[in-house]
Design a protein around this ligand. Structure first.
Ligand code: G6P
Length: 364
C-alpha cells in the first residue's frame, strides 16, 4: 500500500531513499568513533591464507567489489565465484581458507548448497540481511547487514549495506595482518562516518537522473563502463537496468572496451561511464573519449571537478559529491540504482516485481 511505501511510488524508490539512514545504522554497528567493532568471533586474519567469496546476483557483485578491498588492505588472495558455478567445481580448500557467503535473504538455494559444499572443510562466514535464515544458521559466524526488510525484487539498500560490512571486514583483515597503520585506519574510519551524508547528496541527483532516463528508456542496448573497483559497480548498473527495465545492458571493464564492445558503439547505444576522481580517473576518461570519437553518446558519472577535467562532448553528466576512492563504489551504487529505477519508470515496467524474477530464488 501507499503507507508501506512511505509516500514513494514503489518499494524500490523507498528503499533507495532509505539508504542514508540505513547505512548510518550499519556503520554505527560495525565502526566506532575511531575504530572497528566486529564481533569477537570474527576470524583472526593472520590465520587465513585464502578467501573464497560466493554469492548470486547483486550479492555476487558486492563480493566482486570486496575482493579489491581485501587484497588491497590484507594481501590475502581472494577468489570470487557465482554460487551455481562454485559448487560444481573442486575448489582447493584448506583449514586456513575462509569461505564468505553473501546473501540478502539467506535462503538462495545455490548459495546455501555452495556453503554446504565446503562446510566441512573451511571456516564459514556469512553476510546476510535475514538473521534467522538458513545461511546464517549454518555459518560459523554470521554478520548481519541490518538493512531492514527489502521488498523490491531488485536489491538496492541491501547491496550498499553488504558493501559496508565487507569493507569493515577488509579493514579488520588489514589491521590483523599489520598492513594497515593505526593512522590510516583512523582516517578510513573518519571517512566512513561521512558516507551517509554523501549518500544523501548523491540522492540529490534524482531529478537529473530521471530526465536522463527518459532518453535512455528508448535505447535497445546500454553499456556501463568502470575500471578497478568501479568495474563491479558498472556490472551492477547493467544488472539492475536489465532486471527492471528489460533493456539489454552490459557492464564492461573500461580497459577491455577495445577488445570487443567498442564494435557496438554508435549513437543508438548509450554508454554510462562510472568515473569517480580516483587514481584511475584519467584512464577511464581516455576510454570515454574513445567512445565519443566513434559517435557514442556518453553519460558521465563523476564529481564536479571530474566533469571539468573530462572536458566537453558528453551527452549528460550526473554529478556526485566528492568521495575518497575507498568509498566510491558504495556512493556510485546510488546513481546506478537511480538510472535503472527511472528508466524502468519511463518505460512503465513493473519496477517492484519485474517479470520472471523472484526476490529469493529457492530453487536451483
Ligand atoms: C535474486 C534477486 C536479486 C538478488 C539475488 C541473490 O536474483 O532478484 O536481487 O541479488 O537473488 O539473492 P540473495 O538473497 O542471496 O542476496
Amino acid at each position: 500500500s501507499q503507507i508501506e511505501k512511505g509516500g514513494h511510488k514503489h518499494f524500490m524508490a523507498k528503499e533507495i531513499a532509505e539508504q542514508p539512514t540505513v547505512l548510518a545504522d550499519t556503520i554505527k554497528h560495525y565502526i566506532t568513533e575511531n575504530g572497528l567493532n566486529l564481533p569477537d568471533n570474527t576470524p583472526d586474519f593472520t590465520q587465513i591464507d585464502r578467501i573464497v567469496m560466493v554469492a548470486c546476483g547483486t550479492a555476487y557483485l558486492a563480493c566482486a567489489t570486496a575482493k579489491y578491498w581485501i587484497e588491497r588492505f590484507a594481501q590475502i588472495p581472494v577468489e570470487v565465484d557465482i554460487a551455481s558455478e562454485f559448487r560444481y567445481r573442486s575448489p582447493p580448500i584448506g583449514p586456513r581458507t575462509l569461505a564468505i557467503f553473501v546473501s540478502q535473504s539467506g535462503e538462495t538455494a545455490d548459495t546455501l548448497a555452495a556453503l554446504r559444499h565446503v562446510a566441512e572443510k573451511a571456516r564459514i562466514l556469512s553476510v546476510v540481511n535475514v538473521a534467522e535464515s538458513s545461511i546464517a544458521r549454518e555459518s560459523d559466524i554470521a554478520l548481519p547487514i541490518l538493512a531492514g526488510t527489502e521488498i523490491g525484487v531488485a536489491s538496492t539498500k541491501a547491496f550498499t549495506c553488504q558493501l559496508t560490512v565487507l569493507l569493515a571486514l577488509a579493514l579488520k583483515a588489514g589491521q590483523d595482518r599489520g598492513m594497515l597503520s593505526a593512522e590510516d585506519l583512523r582516517s578510513h574510519v573518519a571517512d566512513f562516518h561521512t558516507l551517509p551524508g554523501r549518500i544523501s547528496s548523491a540522492l540529490g541527483a534524482n531529478e537529473a537522473i530521471a530526465a536522463i532516463a527518459k532518453d535512455l528508456s528508448k535505447a535497445r542496448d546500454i553499456l556501463f563502463l568502470g575500471r578497478g573497483q568501479m568495474y563491479p559497480i558498472a556490472l551492477e548498473g547493467a544488472l539492475k537496468l536489465k532486471e527492471i527495465s528489460y533493456i539489454h545492458a552490459e557492464g564492461y571493464a573500461s580497459g577491455e572496451l577495445k577488445h570487443g564492445p567498442i564494435a557496438l558503439i554508435d549513437p543508438a547505444v548509450p554508454v554510462i561511464v562510472m568515473a569517480p576522481r580516483d587514481t584511475l580517473f584519467d584512464k577511464t576518461v581516455s576510454n570515454m573519449h574513445e567512445v565519443m570519437a566513434r559517435g557514442g553518446r556518453v553519460v558521465l558519472v563523476t564529481d564536479s571537478a571530474g566533469a571539468k577535467e573530462a572536458g566537453d562532448g558528453t551527452t549528460a553528466v550526473i554529478t556526485m559529491p566528492e568521495i575518497s576512492d575507498l568509498l566510491a563504489p558504495i556512493l556510485y551504487a546510488i546513481p546506478a540504482q537511480l538510472l535503472a529505477y527511472h528508466t524502468a519508470v519511463a518505460k512503465g515496467t513493473d519496477v517492484d516485481q519485474p517479470r520472471n524474477l523472484a526476490k529469493s530464488v529457492t530453487v536451483e
